[in-house]
Design a protein around this ligand. Structure first.
Ligand code: 2DT
Ligand code: MG
Length: 253
């Protein structure tokens, strides 16, 4: 075959491959558009960030678990998280401090608690974007309430490191009088687990709840587990529906 003919054959093969790829790309585009269309019909928007806060013994952990179960049972993808997350390297430093196995400066531990939230932000964003609602046991509000309950710490100083975190779509505050809390049994042996300290923490939470830029819902934690759960579930379903078509906000910004 002459070189001229070879070139022609090569060119023909090349153009046929091109048209094959063009066809393939077109099919892919149609397929993707179909997915997008079915998503918008099914409204697979982002998940909601739901935070449970409150003093010790208010029942946050029990209610977080029940809420996740109920949301999943009603067809809404949901996962639980908790702060501090003691499983990471930073979390282990925090855990040792709480268990009084190590001593840290108050400033240091405050920043570690915040760093523990920031290290999980990429995972949180990814899950929220995939439509998974996150039910979080404590967040930056505990961070601020607990450190600012120590002498010499302003709310502003305490809030700063958490500015810009994913903003919760709902903050459920499980309100329980310190006397009622102490009636629920002995506090544990960890740091901060004394009624005197919890009383000051409660006052700091009350300050934070005045912030109208957040969706605070105060719930009476003296109610029964089931009553509390029903109330929490209703608030959460509303928040999930509202968050679906909104971008994730930035906390305290
Ligand atoms: P748990 O008992 O829920 O594991 O909490 N705390 C928590 C802080 O001082 N700062 C924070 O940022 C957070 C999230 C509250 C352990 C203790 O840690 C406190 C109780
Ligand atoms: Mg505890």
């Amino acid at each position: 075959m002459s070189t001229w003919l070879k070139k022609c054959a090569g060119l023909k093969l090349f153009t046929s491959r091109c048209s094959y790829f063009a066809q393939h790309i077109k099919q892919q585009a149609v397929h993707q558009a179909g997915i997008l269309l079915s998503c918008s019909k099914m409204s697979c928007g982002r998940g909601a960030l739901i935070v449970l806060e409150g003093v010790d013994k208010a029942g946050k952990t029990t209610q977080c678990k029940k809420l996740v179960q109920a949301l999943i049972a009603s067809g809404r993808p949901a996962e639980m998280m908790r702060f501090p997350d003691r499983t990471t390297k930073i979390g282990q430093l925090i855990s040792a401090y709480l268990e009084k196995k190590s001593n840290l400066e108050d400033q240091t531990v405050h920043l570690l608690f915040s760093a523990n939230r920031w290290e999980l932000v990429p995972e949180m964003r990814e899950k929220l974007e995939r439509g998974i609602s996150l039910v979080v046991d404590r967040y930056a509000f505990s961070g601020v309430a607990f450190t600012s309950a120590k002498p010499g710490f302003s709310l502003e100083w305490c809030m700063n490191p958490d500015v810009g975190l994913p903003k919760p779509d709902l903050v459920l505050f499980l309100q329980l009088h310190p006397t009622a809390a102490s009636q629920r049994g002995q506090f544990g042996a960890e740091r901060y687990e004394t009624s005197d300290f919890q009383r000051v923490v409660m006052q700091r939470f009350e300050h934070l709840m005045k912030d109208p830029s957040l969706n605070w819902q105060v719930i009476d934690a003296a109610k029964s587990i089931e009553e509390l759960h029903a109330e929490i579930k209703t608030h959460s379903e509303t928040a999930i529906a509202m968050a679906e078509n909104q971008p994730i906000g930035e906390l305290w910004k």
